[in-house]
Design a protein around this ligand. Sequence first.
Ligand SMILES: Nc1ncnc2c1ncn2[C@@H]1O[C@H](COP(=O)(O)OP(=O)(O)OP(=O)(O)O)[C@@H](O)[C@H]1O
Ligand SMILES: [Mg+2]
Length: 249
Amino acid sequence: MLEIKNLHAEIDGKKILNGLTLTVADGEVAAIMGPNGSGKSTLSYVISGRAGYEVTEGEVLLDGVDLLQLDASERAAKGVFLAFQYPLEIPGVTTMTFLKASLNAQRKARGEAALSTPEFMKRVRAGADKLGVAQDMLRRALNVGFSGGEKKRMEILQMALLEPKFAILDETDSGLDIDALRIVSEGVNALRSPHRGFLVITHYQRLLDYIVPDRVHVMSAGRIVKTGGKDLALELEKTGYAGYIGEAA
Ligand SMILES: Nc1ncnc2c1ncn2[C@@H]1O[C@H](COP(=O)(O)OP(=O)(O)OP(=O)(O)O)[C@@H](O)[C@H]1O
Ligand SMILES: [Mg+2]
């Protein structure tokens, strides 16, 4: 279970998160929607431990463990995974090498033995096939020159291999064509499990037709201002955020 209590965070002296409280139970898919600049990506960075953000108040607990005391790699080892809104390009590191290093680091953290190269290759190839990731992309430098949609699929391939405890998807649907949206959603749905929580950040109700959320939260000005069921996303599609932004102010 992920528990966020009264979280306040800032970057470069600018307050972005202003008392955010949110709980995501194991097995739950929570969607977060909200206007541009409301702090959704910032929340994903603060949970995953990206450098540069200062938490001034509040708590982030995963299964009772205080994530704020851990650095980003320790959080990853605890099973926190973030699929970036803007996946990073890593020149000089092939995708295959990156995937193998991250998977084996994760296995080590879980007390499992490293995979042999043939076993690893088998898993990556199977995962790549399912997500429509071309095999030749695995030999290229990670994300370098990948199209927007290819980068998003690669994030989901990483997630599928790592089998995280808690996964955050930051606008994974943006830039995906219609077929890719379905393929990527199937990839996410295949990972849904009573032992795993998801935070799915999106602007579009359409994604939530494929990945049906248990709860929908509306974020505005660094706080959750409304929580509802999946129908809340449909309602927002019609009404926009105007009614909720007022509640935050
Ligand atoms: N380094 C920084 N210095 C100052 N302000 C910043 C910095 N980084 C982010 N911000 C501001 O924090 C606010 C929240 O940004 P964030 O990326 O979390 O929004 P978001 O909800 O993810 O928006 P979007 O829907 O457009 O992805 C924005 O107003 C942004 O300009
Ligand atoms: Mg964002």
